[in-house]
Design a protein around this ligand. Structure first.
Ligand code: ADP
Ligand code: MG
Length: 353
């Protein structure tokens, strides 16, 4: 295993809130990021992502716990002594300085020689695809280009660690997808350990080696996008990553689970009678023509044609199921009002106690 590059041990941060009083923004967070890894902190607004990132950067000091980078305890070390590059949501470029000077700024502050600055700036502008932009002013650049300047400015120091706080929020949908691919490929090319913050699950899935899901100041699960999608640890994670059906079932004899009159062999290791939730993703539901009244047969309430797939809402007993199929093509789709027999391969079902 690669040596661990960033490590948080039981890190906490409280704030004094004018209305709520003392609140934990971050509580007992343990986290390791391996060398060269891109880890994303993902969660809804207010869950503590930025506070965690700002403590890694040194902009906030934890109330408890320790932070180390490359094995060195940096909990109380100043931000500019940590060897990190930070990319903010709002670019934070100097509007009156050229692109060259924006990227050069930090190197000038450090008192680097002019020749070295010229070489370093040219190299990073090349790296982010802005080789000819030295003399431009920020207002002459598109949002995506400005964000690339911010990226160039963060990496020009050759930091050991890169931190991103919702860097794509101000860009339109198409540009967000383009930029996240650029960030990803740059990160891999220079092999830099990265912590990335977003509330957008699709962005997190696309860009990350590993995702840590945060809820109310704590990390509730971390793993690859596949881990989180197929084996979420909690209902919160199941709902936050992708679309899902969370079906209320009951364990019956032999570890089978009963749901809406259908018995599913799941080998549940729980006492008969236990209530469980079945995590079933829409694309896992198979549909076949069915007859009303038979077990596992429901009625299609809604159909939404989306080109590469069709979404269905199916009423089975008292439960509304979200299903989607991408195998209909021009013909062979079901209609609203059709009775359909739904089935799911038990191997795909994930159980939550
Ligand atoms: N400087 C601050 N003063 C008071 N409360 C803060 C401060 N910074 C963050 N908080 C609170 O801490 C919680 C987590 O905030 P934050 O880390 O910014 O969340 P996120 O980035 O996930 O949206 C929120 O409840 C927020 O209101
Ligand atoms: Mg934030």
């Amino acid at each position: 295993m690669a040596p661990i590059s960033i490590r948080l041990d039981r890190v906490s941060k409280r704030f004094d809130h004018t209305v709520k009083g003392e609140v934990y923004a971050v509580r007992d967070v343990d986290l390791s990021v391996a060398e060269g890894e891109l880890l994303t902190l993902l969660g809804p607004s207010g869950c503590g992502k930025s506070t965690t990132l700002r403590m890694i950067a040194g902009f906030e000091e934890p109330d408890g716990g320790t932070i180390s980078i490359d094995g060195r305890d940096v909990t109380h070390v100043l931000p500019n002594k940590r060897g990190i590059g930070f990319v903010f949501q709002n670019y934070a470029l100097f509007p009156h300085l050229s692109i060259f000077e924006n990227v050069a700024y930090g190197l000038r502050v450090q008192g680097k020689a002019e020749g070295e600055i010229v070489r370093a700036v040219a190299e990073v502008l090349e790296l982010v695809g802005l080789a000819k932009y030295e003399r431009q002013q920020p207002h002459q650049l598109s949002g995506g280009e400005q964000q690339r300047v911010a990226l160039a400015r963060a990496v020009v120091f050759q930091p050991k660690v890169l931190l991103f706080d919702e860097p794509l929020s101000n860009l339109d949908a198409k540009l967000r997808v383009e930029m996240r691919e650029q960030i990803r490929s740059l990160q891999k090319r220079i092999g830099i350990t990265t912590v990335y913050v977003t509330h957008d699950q699709e962005e997190a899935m696309a860009i990350s080696d590993r995702i840590a899901v945060m809820e109310r100041g704590q990390i509730v699960q971390d793993g690859t996008a596949r881990d989180l999608y197929y084996t979420p640890a909690t209902e919160f994670v199941a709902r936050f990553i992708g679309r899902t059906n969370l079906l209320a079932g009951r364990v019956v004899a032999g570890g089978d689970v009963e749901f809406e009159g259908v018995r599913v062999p799941l080998g549940a290791k729980l006492a008969a009678g236990s209530a469980v939730k079945l995590v079933v993703r829409p694309e896992m539901i198979d549909m076949a023509p069915g007859r009303a009244g038979e077990a596992g047969v429901g009625k299609i309430l809604q159909r939404t044609f989306l080109g590469e797939k069709t979404d269905y809402e199916i009423l089975l007993g008292g439960t509304r199921l979200q299903a989607c199929r991408s195998d209909a093509f021009r013909t062979g789709t079901f209609d609203v009002g059709d009775e359909v027999k739904v089935s799911v391969d038990p191997a795909n079902i994930h159980l939550l106690a």
